[in-house]
Design a protein around this ligand. Sequence first.
Ligand code: GSH
Length: 222
Amino acid sequence: MKLELISFKLCPFAQRAVILLNEQGIDFELTYINPMDPPDWFKAISPTGQVPLLKANDQIIFESSVITEFINDISTTDIHPKDVIQKANNRSWIAFSGDMLGDMFDIVTGDEEKFNTAKKALFGKLAKIESVKDSKTFFNGDEFNMIDAAFAPIFMRLSWINEFTNNALSLAEFKNLSAWSDAILALDVVKNSVVDGLEDVYYSNIEGREGHLSTLLVEEDY
Ligand SMILES: N[C@@H](CCC(=O)N[C@@H](CS)C(=O)NCC(=O)O)C(=O)O
C-alpha cells in the first residue's frame, strides 16, 4: 500500500501519526505543507483544511485518531492492549488528550487571562490522569502503546516550555505522570518523530505569538 502523510512540522496531531508509522515499521512518504497557507492541491483533497491527512493509495483518510487507528489496522502487530476494556479505556484517555492540545494552544497564544485559564484547565486534566496513572513505565505497563504515542507530543511541548521558561508548566507535582513523560521522551521513536531543530522553531513560534507565555521566556539563544 502506498502511503503519503501530509503534515505540518509543528503539528502535534501529525506527530502522533509519524510515531505510529515508525513504531510499526511502515514505509511512508512525508509531505510538509503550511495549513495556514495551503497549496491548491491540498485544498482540493482535504475535507477539513487540516493536517494530518493520510493518502492510502488514492483514498484520503483524515482526523489524526482515525489515521492512527488505520495505521494500527494495517500493522502486523497490534499497538493497543489486548483486553477490550483496557483498550476502550485507553481510547477514552486518547480522546481526552485532544482537549489538552487545545489548552496548550491557548497557553502558547493567549494573553495573561487566557493563559491562566488554559493553564488551570490543563493542570486539572493532568491531575485527573495522575489519579489513574501508576508507577509503571508506560500507561499500561512495560509496552509502548498507542496511548503513549498520543501523549508524546504533549509531553514534548511541555518539556520544551519548561526548558524555555522558569518551569512555567512544571509537572513536578505529578510524580507518576512526570516519570511517564520521561520514559516516553527518552525513546528514539519519539525523538525522531520531529524534524531536527523543531525545538528552536517552537521557541520562535512562542515568541512570534506575543502571548503571555512569550513574556516568560528566559533563554535568548534559541
Ligand atoms: N481534529 C484534528 C485536528 C488537527 C489540527 O488541528 N490540525 C492543525 C495543525 S496542528 C491544522 O491543520 N490547522 C489548520 C486549520 O485548522 O485550518 C485531528 O486530530 O486531526
